[in-house]
Design a binder for this molecule. Sequence first.
Ligand SMILES: Nc1ncnc2c1ncn2[C@@H]1O[C@H](COP(=O)(O)OP(=O)(O)OP(=O)(O)O)[C@@H](O)[C@H]1O
Ligand SMILES: [Mg+2]
Length: 326
Amino acid sequence: MSDTPVLDVRALSVEFPGRHGTLTALDGISLSIQPGEILGVVGESGAGKSMTGLAVQGLLEPPGHIAGGEVHLAGRRIDRLSDRDMEKVRGAEIGAIFQDPLTSLNPLFSVGQQLIETIRQHLDLGRREARQRAVELLAEVGIPAPDERVDHYPHQFSGGMRQRVVIALALAARPKLIIADEPTTALDVSIQAQITALLRRLCDDHGTAVMLVTHDMGVIAETADRVAVMYAGRLVEIGPVVEVIGNPQHPYTAGLMGSIPELGARKPMLTQIDGSMPRLDSIPRGCAFNPRCPHVMEKCRTDRPELVVSGSGASACWLNDKEDVA
Ligand SMILES: Nc1ncnc2c1ncn2[C@@H]1O[C@H](COP(=O)(O)OP(=O)(O)OP(=O)(O)O)[C@@H](O)[C@H]1O
Ligand SMILES: [Mg+2]
């Protein structure tokens, strides 16, 4: 079925039991990504962006665990698989790209050895074909002279080229979904755009779905199709990038927009958000954003707004509650 999303996350909650009670790190997150689509995930530090990616990949650090909800990959439920089956899903069906390319690369092996090992783990190819495929992958991610570079070691590449190698590695098994967590944060600004353009092209060429986690609204504006905005472990707004950026429905999203310099300059009425994200052990009642919200109402301090669909997007804010306005 072509309209089955590659990733379908339904009411996902993640908890960390601790000595002083249970912390809710993710609280009812629902989102989906279609084939060939890039979903940006934004929010300030601690919003739960990385946690969402880790939960989807079954990589939560115990005692952290999925406490509710479901994760479906291409129509198959994956949140209840055994560790062994989940390991097969990672690598084969989900590719991961992290902020620091060196966490994904082993300094002791050439990039070719690492690519070939991954390719042979997941695809039924002999050594020579796997090596050929490794060279093709390096070419595809824009590494010059790939048939020489395949025998080089990670330290022989620049930061940007290393991240390209990591992308090649993430693509090696032809995954349906790529989870990229701050893939350009550690790179020079001039290289960042090249890497995001590369992700965009790969997504278009192969129909790969991409979850692009970043705190940078500028990257989202340039790269993503839709964007999910997170705050204190909750989804506060989701929708097409153009709409969310041009006409944010949630005051938190509007505040984040003020942090894109170019767009901020054109929209002088947007201000920086005062205060900071609450810790997990002190998430306010009602709307978690209420202490920082310029439009806070009485209700926001007591009642939690649910995500309400309007048009092609959705937001969780009492301001958008039509019944209340009427
Ligand atoms: N192992 C853990 N145990 C308990 N809480 C954790 C653990 N790891 C992360 N957290 C908490 O979960 C919340 C979400 O963290 P997460 O790493 O997803 O944030 P993020 O949005 O990716 O932020 P950043 O932009 O800094 O990467 C934070 O409050 C964090 O302190
Ligand atoms: Mg993170």
